[in-house]
Design a protein around this ligand. Structure first.
Ligand SMILES: Nc1ncnc2c1ncn2[C@@H]1O[C@H](COP(=O)(O)OP(=O)(O)OP(=O)(O)O)[C@@H](O)[C@H]1O
Length: 604
């Protein structure tokens, strides 16, 4: 079964629209806009041009009523006809530009999502970050949800804000100038003052929303995780007839999520009240501003027709300027979402960077990292040795009790080692330390071969089956897929499937490269999974094979045949297991006795 890691119920910190948000936001922007000639920058530039042109057309459309007042007051029929023609053309251009603006925003969203998710993936799959993050780090909930959902929502919300934000400095300056020209200093000062009050009020209302949204996304992740757990373990749960208990537990997670969602909605109510009040007050404010020059006698010399045209034009300028500011205030709800998602994605990036820094699993100079078939961090040593353990002590994470104390051992070619011991004495943990998944408490592990066909291959206790064709199962974790047919590799794969006793899979899948629409975990028995893992081992033919209870679901006869084949293929074996039948395939035995004690004996 694929390992389903625990979802942690950690408390939510107070996350706000603060300096930390600004830092995280800027660091994400550096990912989205990596260089001046990147796709995002080009799209952003195009969006700016489109929205500016749109604004120019909107201005022309906005002053049309004032022209209409003029021609209607003068009963100018020819002027009226030409004005109708101009209006139709402007409206057509405007709607086309609006659609193009939306189109670019959508394209930008897809581009940002790709860039951000790929950047998160490259950290997540760097070295063993995905393991540490999911198994050993307690301080970060649901990394899967942050990568697949939160990053997507962040990009969606940012793209929905983009076109309004990008153009606002231009429209606001332009209409402020016009407003000043029409109404004197009183207009712009009143509108800017009104905007400052609106922003401060909304900032106060937004802060509690950010931390609640963060919490809601965490609970969304927990809820989805529960469903995933049932999906992956449906058969085991069904054997227990565990429908009722799973129902209660899943409902409990839903209730926790709904509770926070309701809190979020209540907090948003206050923000909506604030936003709507400022919207309506804005509409009202424009008439006050227009009234000032009228009542102070600035337009006393104008005829009623001219005065209507002036009022119409001034009203448009003031309303548009106020509208520009209220649109920014309207973005408060989107901005609070952006802040919540920024904190979730930003925190994930920081934790991954921290893991990478501490583990030093990557050499930026050579590009080498902790990976399959990589020579990264391999110590020089005798050619016939895979591991040298010197005074090694280790314990499990979150525990003070040593599992093994002061162990010195060499794993050499041709000397097959069996590791035995009671449950929980640290057999698999020894492999975790050898594989560098866990740090040693003290002492050293020198690895003198790499992971992969040229060195060591681990078969974990729970067989790992990837998604994909039968060929991809066998060659895993090699990346390259050989040509679909006529490959010389086919015969080798078929031969190894036969040797592992799973040639029947060829018939079931219909061929090595047939795409299967089932989950391998659902259709293979545990024994078949173990046999398929051996087919993989035979195919990769490493010098050293480390087998963690790799034959526990098989008969002793099958075990004998698989061990014989491994030895015929020249592999040195390190086995972990409880079965006494394993002893005869090994030369030395390491017994872990618990509380740090161990014994190393020769097998006669
Ligand atoms: N990710 C983890 N976090 C904390 N403790 C862990 C973790 N993985 C294992 N442990 C603990 O470390 C101890 C040793 O585990 P290990 O898997 O090495 O046992 P084992 O000897 O292989 O047992 P078995 O024979 O059942 O496979 C156990 O007490 C286990 O609960």
């Amino acid at each position: 079964m694929p390992r389903l890691e625990k979802s942690n119920g950690r408390g939510t910190r107070r996350l706000k629209l603060d300096w930390q948000f600004v830092q995280r936001f800027c660091s994400i922007q550096r990912v989205l806009f990596p260089s001046w000639n990147s796709q995002s920058v080009l799209m952003f530039g195009t969006l700016l041009v489109v929205t500016l042109t749109e604004q120019m057309i909107i201005y022309q459309v906005g002053v049309l009523p004032s022209h209409f007042y003029n021609v209607l007051a003068d009963k100018d029929y020819a002027g009226f006809r030409s004005l109708v023609g101009t209006a139709m053309t402007l409206i057509l251009i405007n709607s086309t530009l609006k659609s193009v603006d939306q189109y670019i925003c959508n394209r930008m969203y897809v581009c940002w999502r790709t860039t951000l998710t790929e950047s998160l993936h490259s950290s997540y799959f760097q070295g063993r970050v995905y393991y540490t993050l999911n198994v050993l780090r307690e301080d970060l909930d649901n990394p899967d949800q942050r990568i697949s959902q939160d990053a997507e929502r962040l990009c969606k919300q940012m793209s929905s804000m983009a076109s309004r934000l990008i153009v606002s400095p231009f429209t606001l300056s332009y209409y402020t100038y016009h407003c000043f020209y029409s109404t004197g200093w009183i207009g712009p000062v009143a509108i800017i003052g009104y905007f400052v009050i609106g922003t401060v009020a909304n900032k106060i209302l937004m802060s509690p929303i950010v931390s609640t949204l963060f919490e809601q996304e965490k609970l969304e992740g927990d809820f989805r995780f529960k469903h995933m757990q049932i999906r992956v373990n449906a058969e085991s749960a069904a054997f227990y007839r565990a429908g009722k208990v799973e129902h209660t537990r899943t409902d409990r997670r839903l209730q926790a999520l709904i509770h926070v969602q309701q809190r979020l909605i209540t907090k948003e109510l206050w923000l909506y009240i604030g936003v709507n009040t400022f919207d309506y007050l804005g509409g009202f404010l424009s008439y006050i501003i227009i009234a000032i020059p009228i009542f102070s006698g600035v337009y006393d010399g104008l005829s009623p027709g001219e005065l209507s045209a002036v009022i119409s034009k001034n009203a448009f300028v003031c309303i548009y300027l106020i509208n520009g500011f209220t649109q920014i205030i309207d973005l408060s709800t989107t901005l609070s979402d952006v802040a919540g998602y920024t904190h979730r994605v930003g925190e994930l990036r920081e934790v991954m960077d921290d893991i990478l820094r501490k583990q030093c699993d990557y050499d930026p100079a050579s590009g080498e990292s902790y990976d399959f078939d990589s020579d990264f961090n391999i110590h020089a040593g005798p050619a016939d040795t895979a591991f040298i353990l010197e005074n090694l002590s280790y314990k499990s994470p979150f525990s003070d009790q040593l599992l093994v104390d002061d162990l010195s051992l060499k794993i050499c070619q041709g000397t097959h080692l069996l590791v035995v011991g009671n449950t929980g004495t640290g057999k698999t943990s020894l492999l975790r330390v050898l594989n560098r998944l866990w740090e040693a408490e003290s002492g050293f592990v020198h690895m003198t071969t790499c992971f992969g066909p040229r060195g060591t291959l681990f078969l974990p206790q729970k067989p790992y089956l990837t998604d994909g064709t039968l060929r991809e199962q066998v060659i895993y974790p090699l990346k390259d897929i050989y040509p679909a047919s006529g490959s010389v590799d086919d015969d080798r794969i078929i031969q190894f499937l036969e040797l592992a006793g799973v040639s029947s899979l060829l018939r079931r899948t219909g061929g090595l490269d047939e795409i299967v629409d089932w989950s391998w975990y659902d259709v293979l028995s545990p024994g078949e999974m173990q046999r398929l893992s051996f087919a993989r081992l035979f195919y990769l033919q490493p010098k050293y094979a480390i087998l963690d209870e790799a034959t526990s679901a098989l008969t002793e006869d099958a075990e004998a045949q698989l061990y014989r084949t491994c030895k015929q293929l020249g592999m040195t074996l390190v086995s972990l297991g409880h079965r006494s039948s394993l002893v005869k395939y090994h030369d030395i035995q390491l017994r872990l006795c618990g509380e740090g004690r161990w014994e190393l004996t020769k097998i006669k």
